[in-house]
Design a protein around this ligand. Structure first.
Ligand code: AKG
Ligand code: FE2
Length: 362
């Protein structure tokens, strides 16, 4: 899941003072003051606790070859892509055309932002009932186990909807680097959507058309402070993203992200200049269940802080999203409803502790 676009944030704003306080004290502040203790709200339920031995697995790697010759995803890569998306739901992308220096700068700016004094970060604090801005996990329902992470969450596309007062002015290059990164990602997203369609033998614009003329992109800068109780506290609890696709720039050194594959948690190897792409629920729906939106989580550790930058790519809020007609047939009947504004369904189900995609499954 990604609390990345709450179009009707039911349940936010009517909580007790205690919840208000927790919402405003960041995890970074808790980690600094904590003295080895963790507030109860962050301790996860028994069944959700991280297993100690999670195997490291080679994640599929897709070579976009954009560094060499644009617009040439080979048939071999398309086949690999199709298999990665249907059996894993995620893959690493290399030769994506984004300069390593830009990725390094994006990570460096993320670290510098979270290192700013609390007063300065709070200039960008998420307001009540807002989803954009700086803050910790949003409290969306009673008894929610909180994630051990702080975030800066920004809408980056459409450009005219950006709320620039949430975009940090310090570090100095933050805005320009984020703008550049967003522009580059838009190219990659378009190529990926076309390749995904072609890999299923569909017209290349088939998913792009559903993605719409004004798709939404939100970027979330995640910061995971040291955690004194990593065995019972999670960085992000298990969820699947509500997006069409999510593009992640993970920490170049510190592991933490795990995916559920064939009912087993696996760790993903780090490739510092690759991007990690995962399918979200809306792409699973559009592909009529052929592509899988994987459940994933982030674990904490007590020795090294971690950052990541996740960009959530979703169809514009007015778009109707459901299986493309060409993928519905006698042998593969329609598996999902067609819906507008999947995020409002997503958060309702999330609050009930259910997997949101179940709400639209037929
Ligand atoms: O930090 C990460 O590696 C992934 C975070 C994530 O899954 C999310 O924000 O939806
Ligand atoms: Fe996620």
């Amino acid at each position: 899941m990604s609390r990345n676009s709450i179009s009707s944030p039911d349940g936010v704003g009517d909580k007790s003072a205690d919840v208000e306080l927790r919402r405003h004290r960041t995890v970074q502040e808790l980690a600094e003051e904590g003295g080895g203790e963790v507030p109860e709200g962050y301790i996860c339920r028994k069944g959700d606790r991280a297993a100690s031995a999670v195997p490291l697995v080679d994640v599929p790697v897709i070579d976009l070859k954009l560094s060499a010759s644009p617009d040439s995803v080979s048939d071999g890569e398309l086949q690999k892509l199709q298999s990665a998306l249907s059996s894993w739901g995620f893959f690493q992308v290399i030769n994506h055309g984004i300069d390593c220096n830009l990725l390094d700068k994006l990570r460096e700016n993320t670290r510098q932002f979270f290192r700013l004094p609390a007063e300065e970060k709070h200039i960008y604090a998420r307001g009540p009932n807002e989803i954009e801005g700086y803050g910790n996990d949003m409290v969306l329902y009673e008894n929610q186990t909180l994630d051990w992470t702080d975030r800066l969450y920004l809408l980056v596309h459409p450009e005219d909807s950006r709320k620039l007062h949430y975009w940090p002015q310090n570090p100095k290059s933050f805005r320009i680097v984020l703008e550049e990164y967003t522009t580059r990602l838009r190219v990659i997203v378009e190529i990926l959507f076309k390749s995904m369609a072609k890999s299923l033998g569909l017209a290349e614009d088939c998913f792009l058309n559903k993605y719409g003329d004004t798709p939404m992109m939100h970027t979330r800068f995640n910061f995971y402070p040291l955690c004194p109780k990593p065995d019972v506290v999670q960085g992000v609890k298990p969820h699947a993203d509500g997006t069409a696709i999510t593009i992640l720039l993970p920490d170049e050194k510190v592991e933490g992200l795990q995916f559920l594959k064939d009912d087993q948690w696996i760790r993903t190897q780090i490739n510092p200049h690759a991007l990690l792409v995962n399918v979200g629920d809306q792409m699973e729906m559009m592909s009529n269940g052929i592509f899988k939106s994987p459940v994933h989580r982030v674990i904490t550790n007590s020795y090294k802080e971690r950052i990541s930058v996740a960009t959530f790519c979703s169809p514009g809020s007015g778009e109707e999203v459901g299986p493309v007609e060409e993928l519905i047939n006698d042998t593969r009947p329609r598996l999902y409803k067609t819906v507008k504004d999947y995020y409002s369904i997503y958060f309702k189900y999330y609050q009930l502790g259910k997997r949101p995609i179940e709400a639209v499954r037929l």
